[in-house]
Design a protein around this ligand. Structure first.
Ligand code: CP
Length: 315
């Protein structure tokens, strides 16, 4: 593997899962791979899980790690080509990226959708410049349209808990006071379909994801109907794709609560975190013994380590 930006960078998903379970069982067994290798983790946006789990994964593999918050302590970066740089951004991405690449063997980048231009976000304008100019492998730590390390961790978690080969997995929109990117639901929907689970997506009208991410998943606008017989409920808020970046609803009747969970096949509850309690999910559901949110977060180390192991093996 050269870069990791989506499930499509994984050649064989079953093999990747096997490798993930191998590193989970034996986290320090591959330390030699990262000896004298350095990973820079670059954050344009805040993070708790991705920052800690990716750094931990790299350290488990024997790598040195450098974490940089671009907007705190580094020069502000201009990302547009051709602009007259007379504003508050003294450095251009076109110099910064190869410079960073010269200091390390792998770069992890977090760069969320900016909601300024749908086209720029969906062309992954920032991530693609890293891939083009870094000169080293690039790992997406959540980009504008996908969060693949999260989706891989979600897949690992479902595999660990599923009771049938092809579980019914429901991705449900839930209310939130701020406009959030579509990266997590896009990535989850795409990954679940490659995993060949029975995926249903439910959301209010106007919250349809981009068609390339919906794929062949069933879209059900009645949330209660969608929950019937579900084995896993994956909750997430996202802003509208069609009315790009807009909040069209904060309808709390979409909050995942105990009554809705009772419609399912004793489903597990999942969310990538951070989560707004009693907006996305009630205290009762997230604290129940069917909640997998901590297991998912813990598996972020496993997904990152499996990906980094494969990148190091192919350097
Ligand atoms: N789920 C996730 O990516 O969490 P952070 O934003 O805290 O990294």
């Amino acid at each position: 593997m050269r870069h990791f930006t989506s499930v499509h960078d994984v050649e064989d998903l079953n093999q990747a899962l096997d490798e993930a379970f191998e590193v989970k069982k034996n986290p320090y067994g591959f330390k030699h791979l990262g000896e004298n290798k350095t990973m820079v983790l670059l954050f344009f946006n805040s993070s708790l899980r991705t920052r800690l789990s990716t750094q931990k994964a790299a350290m488990n593999l024997g790598m040195n790690t450098i974490v940089l918050d671009v907007n705190q302590g580094a020069w502000k970066l201009e990302t547009e080509r051709g602009v007259i740089m007379d504003g508050d951004k003294p450095e251009h991405l076109l110099e910064a990226v190869p410079v960073i690449g010269s200091y390390c063997d792998v770069i992890g980048v977090r760069s969320f959708a900016r909601f300024e231009s749908k086209q720029d976000d969906y062309e992954e304008k920032i991530l693609s410049q890293f891939i083009q100019y870094a000169g080293v492998p690039v790992v997406s730590m959540e980009a504008a349209t996908r969060h693949p390390l999260q989706s891989f961790a979600d897949h690992i978690t479902i595999e660990e808990h599923k009771k049938v080969d092809r579980p019914k997995v429901v991705l449900t929109w839930a209310p939130h006071p701020r406009a959030l990117p579509q990266a997590v639901p896009n990535s989850f929907a795409e990954w679940m379909q490659v995993a060949d689970y029975d995926l249903v997506i439910t959301h209010p009208k106007g919250y349809e994801l981009a068609p390339e991410f919906v794929g062949n998943a069933k879209v059900e606008y009645d949330q209660e109907k969608a929950f019937e017989g579900a084995d896993f409920i994956y909750a997430k808020n996202w802003a509208s794709y069609s009315e790009y970046g807009q909040i069209l609803s904060t309808d709390r009747s979409w909050t995942v609560d105990e009554e809705k969970m009772a419609l399912t096949n004793n489903a597990y509850f999942m969310h990538c975190l951070p989560v707004r309690r009693n907006m996305i999910v009630t205290d009762g559901v997230i604290e129940s013994d069917r909640s997998l949110v901590i297991a998912e977060a813990a598996n972020r180390v496993v997904s990152a380590q499996a990906v980094l192991k494969r990148i190091l093996e192919d350097l």
